[in-house]
Design a protein. Structure first.
Length: 156
């Protein structure tokens, strides 16, 4: 009977400590999501300074485009003559699929465009490699073939 009681106590303690860890992770993730959102929308305009798709440099295709991340999750892109609309968000994915060991592990920067095809290439749930006041570096690993895309935004 004592052995059964010891197992019961062990299980209870384990469950409580798991709940505490999950709550701590959730709180940390929520704070990181807010941090990333605030840096993106801080009334700033961004440009793509690097975009490599499967190790092929595609940066030039986005030359002259200005990106604005709106607090209402709208993403507006313009080059003076074209206006392109998309959406963006930041989310905690808790899936342990990120390949980063950054402080933003399990935080995704989500970008979505429905057209034109050039911008649809940016539609992904990007892992955050690094974040500063002037730069956002992102990575996406393809689920199909494992190729890696890298995307860098810098403030103008």
């Amino acid at each position: 009977m004592r052995k059964l009681q010891a197992v019961f106590v062990f299980l209870c303690v384990s469950l409580v400590s798991c709940d505490d860890k999950n709550a701590d992770d959730q709180s940390r993730h929520s704070a990181k999501v807010v941090e990333v959102e605030n840096r993106a929308i801080n009334g700033e305009r961004w440009r793509i300074t690097s975009y490599k798709e499967s190790n092929v440099d595609q940066t030039a295709a986005f030359a002259g485009y200005i990106f604005e991340f709106d607090p209402n999750r709208l993403l507006t892109v313009t080059n003076g003559s074209d206006n392109i609309s998309g959406t963006w968000s930041v989310s905690a994915d808790n899936s342990d699929d990120d390949n980063t060991t950054s402080e933003f592990d399990d935080i995704d920067f989500n970008i979505s465009f429905t057209n034109p095809p050039l911008f649809m290439e940016l539609t992904e749930d990007w892992e955050i490699i690094s974040l500063s006041n002037a730069k956002i570096e992102l990575r996406h690993t393809s689920g199909g073939n494992g190729s890696i895309d890298l995307l860098t935004f810098e403030k103008i």
